[in-house]
Design a protein around this ligand. Structure first.
Ligand code: C2E
Ligand code: MG
Ligand code: MG
Ligand code: MG
Length: 278
């Protein structure tokens, strides 16, 4: 009996596992066609200089809307894109679209607006990454110092190559930000050696400001650490007046979050900007 029972048990889990596999496979197939079918677009979330409330720039956030499965969150499809290798093609599209948008924004009220783009680790180490970036900067005619690449701490897993790659970006005048700082396997050694520009404090800490003293201590320590090392800090996920006041008091440089704006369609961003009084 127990054997049969065990077997049934196994079968049940196997069915669930198969079902999950099928769903992943289906999403992957739909994602494969997303580029050709123009189902991908970028949303832009403003980043504010907290010292004078001027607009520093935006972060480009990838969106996928499929007629069958609806609006899929990036937390769901980016991992699938990474596992399937599709992230290379998608990542190129993101960089091209963001740079084209930046070029289109030449006449914006804000001069020198920065465009932050998320880059997956796998994409960062792909042989084509730098050449494609150079080509895109050339063809769109953007000023590379207006482009910020957001990479995560996991990039440091390839300690040998990462510095070479970062040095090339520095030579190209492209800026680099460490995203979700404090949530990965951080090593302070790489902060010493890496030529980067910003540290981006993860929203899990920012959102506990006013609620958890330890998170507040972590936020102020990251700001101090960054300042001492010569990096600008940017806090993500700021939603309340209290978050803003704390970040301002701690002299965080830049803030991004629903408090100022959600990620916006390109046209809506222009409207938002014209209502921004600075
Ligand atoms: P991320 O780079 O850390 O982006 C910040 C996320 O926080 C975004 O989620 C943004 O919408 C959200 N956010 C911003 N302010 C607030 C706030 O005040 N409250 C809350 N609750 N959330 C806020 P989103 O757009 O869902 O993106 C999730 C993640 O997907 C990104 O995290 C990034 O890791 C990844 N991602 C997005 N676009 C791309 C892309 O083009 N390429 C790659 N490789 N990854 C991307
Ligand atoms: Mg980011
Ligand atoms: Mg982030
Ligand atoms: Mg984050």
């Amino acid at each position: 009996f127990s054997k049969r029972h065990g077997r049934n048990h196994f079968t049940l889990y196997q069915d669930v596992a198969d079902e999950i596999d099928n769903q992943l496979l289906k999403t992957e197939l739909l994602l494969k066609n997303a580029l050709q079918k123009e189902e991908l677009f970028l949303a832009y979330q403003p980043q504010i200089d907290i010292s004078d409330y001027s607009v520093y720039g935006v972060e480009a956030l990838l969106r996928w809307e499929n007629e069958e499965i609806g609006l899929v969150p990036p937390s769901h499809f980016i991992p699938i894109a990474e596992d399937s290798g599709l992230i290379i093609e998608i990542g190129k599209w993101v960089i091209e679209t963001a740079c084209r948008q930046l070029a289109d924004w030449k006449d914006l009220r804000v001069r020198d607006v920065k465009m932050s783009v998320n880059v997956s680790t796998y994409q960062f180490y792909h042989i084509d990454f730098i050449p494609h970036l150079q080509e895109t900067i050339r063809t769109t005619g953007i000023d590379p110092s207006q482009l910020v690449l957001e990479i995560t701490e996991s990039i440091a897993s390839n300690a040998g190559t990462v510095i070479d790659q970062l040095k090339k970006l520095k030579e190209m005048k492209v800026k680099v930000s460490i995203d979700d700082f404090g949530t990965g396997y951080s090593s302070l050694k790489y902060l010493k050696d890496f030529p980067i520009d910003h540290l981006k404090i993860d929203k899990s800490f920012v959102q506990e400001i006013g609620e958890d003293e330890k998170s507040e201590d972590i936020v102020s320590s990251i700001i101090t650490l960054a300042r001492n090392l010569g990096f600008q800090t940017i806090a993500e996920g700021a939603e309340t007046e209290q978050h803003i006041q704390f970040l301002k008091n701690q002299k965080c440089d830049l803030v991004q979050g629903y408090y100022f704006s959600k990620p916006l369609y390109s046209k809506t961003f222009k409207c938002w900007l014209s209502n921004w009084n600075i």
